[in-house]
Design a protein around this ligand. Structure first.
Ligand code: FEO
Length: 172
C-alpha cells in the first residue's frame, strides 16, 4: 500500500507526464504548420512516449492499490520564434522532469518504499536518455542555424555517420 504522501506525489507525476505529452504535441503541431515534417514526426513520437510514461505511473498506482485522480492539464505554449528555441524548451523541460523524478526517488527512499524506488529507477535511466537527446538536438540546431560552413559540416557528418563495418567475406 502506498502512503498518502507518496500516492499524492505519484498522482502529480501522472499529470506532469500528461502535460509533457500535450507540450510535445503542441510542438508537433507548430512544426506541421511550418512544414517541417521531420521535426513534427520527432515531436509526435515524443508525445506518444510521454503518454506511455503517464500510463506507466497510472498502472503502477493501480497495482499498489492506489486511486488515480486525474487533474486539469495546463495549456502548453503554441508558438516559438525558431526551431532552436523549441528544442531549448525541450531540454529545459526534460531537466525539470529529471528534478521531479529525483524528488520522487528521495521521497520513496525516505519512506523505505522499495517497490516505488525500483519502479522509479526506470525513469531515472530514461531521463538520462531524454536529456541527452534534447541536448544533442540543441547543439545540432545551433550548428545549422549559425555559420553556413558548420551547417554543411553537420550534413557531411550525417552522411559519413551512415558508414557501417561489413566484415570481409572469408572466401577469397
Ligand atoms: Fe516523461 Fe520526457 O519525461
Amino acid at each position: 500500500m502506498l502512503s498518502a504522501k507518496m500516492l499524492e506525489a505519484l498522482n502529480k507525476q501522472v499529470n506532469w507526464e500528461l502535460y509533457s505529452s500535450y507540450f510535445y504535441l503542441s510542438m508537433s503541431s507548430y512544426f506541421e504548420s511550418a512544414n517541417l515534417k521531420g521535426f513534427a514526426r520527432w515531436m509526435n513520437a515524443q508525445a506518444k512516449e510521454e503518454l506511455f510514461h503517464a500510463m506507466k505511473f497510472y498502472d503502477y498506482i493501480v497495482s499498489r492499490g492506489g486511486r488515480v485522480i486525474l487533474a486539469q492539464i495546463d495549456t502548453p505554449p503554441a508558438e516559438w520564434p525558431s526551431a532552436l528555441k523549441v528544442f531549448e524548451d525541450v531540454y529545459a523541460h526534460e531537466k525539470k522532469v529529471t528534478g521531479l523524478i529525483h524528488g520522487l526517488m528521495d521521497m520513496a527512499k525516505e519512506e523505505k518504499d522499495h517497490p516505488t524506488e525500483i519502479m522509479l529507477q526506470w525513469f531515472v535511466n530514461e531521463q538520462v536518455e531524454e536529456e541527452e537527446n534534447a541536448e544533442a538536438a540543441v547543439s545540432k540546431l545551433k550548428m545549422v542555424s549559425g555559420d553556413k560552413g558548420l551547417g554543411l559540416m553537420y550534413m557531411l557528418d550525417q552522411e559519413m555517420g551512415q558508414r557501417v563495418f561489413t566484415p570481409p567475406s572469408s572466401k577469397k
